[in-house]
Write a protein that binds this ligand. Structure first.
Ligand SMILES: [Zn+2]
Length: 449
């Protein structure tokens, strides 16, 4: 009986002729007909194929071209020369006024400046998808989320456009994305083959998880060794989003995971407790509610790590925002059998779409609260730094200027204030020469970094 129910359930998940994305992904919603849906633009329902990255870019270019509520920015290029893009969506008035909004927002991160009137400021949210290229539901969900936010006539979408600025990065790792998409599409069966042993579900080494140099970009937000992360962190510090998402996939037999992460051994001690105990919980209630509504199974607080600043979901926690990791059981291919029946690609995409919209609603409802928190984060960073027994750190290699330059630039990339030392110093048995050493004061906004 249970098995029959499961296969009946699975049948609904496989795309069928006449299947339209609106009825599956957005039941009951109405859309601005002048904005093409991903299905209309691409010529297939989302979930039928792994969308090539150039087509994702083309879709976002189209949205930018036809809507005054969207603005596309290229922030750099990957090693394989794919553009790194951010699509910004908000009301036309906000889009026209983006630079003013940005400047006012980042004033919150500088306690030496007067605090702006947060009641009038839109929430700044950043939806990031697909840092692991072979966790592909994320980028498809990014296109659907952009479409929904731009074209939905629902009260929530209209409210979001009026009271927030949403930045969408559809694929943090475009080179890995295309490596995996090519594998999944070129090994697709007709009809789909769900057998986990099928070639479609067993991508050849090195797979699409990593970038061109096979580096895991979800470890790179701290070392900034790769171009994808360097341009991303530059962009991040232009905006200091209140909320940042990081969408992933996990094993096929799992369900769905959202934060809080497990409390033991995985929380970063420099992140304020309020982040874990209060903010995460506020947001988690929205994810549970949204996933309950579509009957998807999930769990929270039992796994995943939140300690390392090089994760895309932890770095924002050390920058006054909220970083959120989501993990969806992977169909790794278009349809795959699991302990809970067959998982279709469309089903995995739907869960990430629903969590994207839940994040936006939570961010909107907590707009003023998150602005106040951003300010409080940097104010307490300075006050805690001024109580540190160490007032300054000094470093410098008298002979190796290249090493000095690299380290100074590294600190500056993370917006850590560093000053050239102007007099010869002797500290802890080491000599530091004027002009060849540098000083980092602890009483500064980036104290926690
Ligand atoms: Zn991942």
């Amino acid at each position: 009986m249970k098995k029959q129910l499961l296969s009946l359930f699975a049948a609904f998940l496989i795309s069928i002729p006449g299947f339209t994305q609106s009825s599956y992904y957005f039941p009951g919603e109405t859309f601005d007909p002048s904005i093409p849906s991903p299905q209309e633009f691409l010529g297939y329902p989302i979930g039928d194929w792994h969308t090539r990255y150039d087509l994702i870019v083309k879709y976002f270019e189209k949205l930018d071209e036809i809507s005054e509520l969207a603005e596309l920015k290229t922030i750099g290029y990957t090693y394989e020369h794919r553009p790194k893009i951010i699509l910004t969506i908000a009301s036309a008035a906000h889009i026209d006024n983006l630079e003013e909004i940005r400047k006012t927002h980042i004033q919150l991160t500088d306690p030496s400046q007067p605090k702006p009137d947060v009641a009038t400021m839109p929430s700044i949210m950043h939806l990031g998808y697909g840092v692991h290229g072979n966790e592909p539901s994320s980028a498809e969900a990014a296109m659907l989320t952009a479409y929904w936010l731009l074209a939905s006539q629902s009260e929530l979408a209209q409210n979001l456009r009026e009271n927030s600025v949403v930045h969408i990065d559809p694929t943090v790792n475009p080179d890995g994305r295309d490596r995996h998409s090519l594998w999944a599409n070129s090994n697709k069966g007709f009809p789909p083959v769900a057998d986990p042993l099928d070639r479609e579900h067993n991508e050849a080494w090195p797979g699409g998880r990593t970038n061109h140099y096979w580096f895991d970009l979800n470890r790179d937000w701290l070392p900034l060794a790769h171009v994808e992360s360097q341009v991303k962190i530059d962009w991040y510090h232009e905006w200091y989003p209140n909320v940042t998402t990081d969408f992933h996939e996990m094993g096929t037999d799992a369900t769905y995971f959202f934060e809080p992460t497990k409390p033991f051994g995985s929380e970063n001690p420099v992140v304020p407790r309020k982040n874990y105990e209060e903010i995460n919980v506020r947001f988690a209630n929205y994810f549970a509610e949204y996933l309950d509504e579509i009957g998807s199974l999930y769990y929270t607080k039992e796994s995943f790590d939140n300690s390392y600043p090089g994760y895309g979901s932890t770095y924002p926690d050390i920058q006054g925002g909220l970083g959120l990791v989501f993990e969806q059981a992977s169909s790794r291919g278009h349809l795959q059998s699991s302990q809970r029946g067959d998982i279709s690609f469309a089903f995995t995409i739907k869960n990430h779409l629903v969590s994207s919209i839940a994040t936006l609603e939570a961010g909107l409802d907590n707009r003023i609260y998150m602005h106040d928190y951003l300010r409080e984060f940097f104010e307490t960073a300075v006050s805690e730094g001024s109580k540190d027994p160490a007032k300054n750190y000094v470093f410098g290699d008298e002979y190796d200027q290249s090493r000095n330059l690299l380290f100074v630039n590294f600190l500056l990339d993370h917006k850590i204030k560093v000053y050239e030392n102007t007099s010869d110093l002797s500290v802890g048995g080491y000599d530091f020469k004027a002009g060849k050493s540098w000083v980092v004061p602890t009483a500064q906004p980036q104290y926690r970094m």
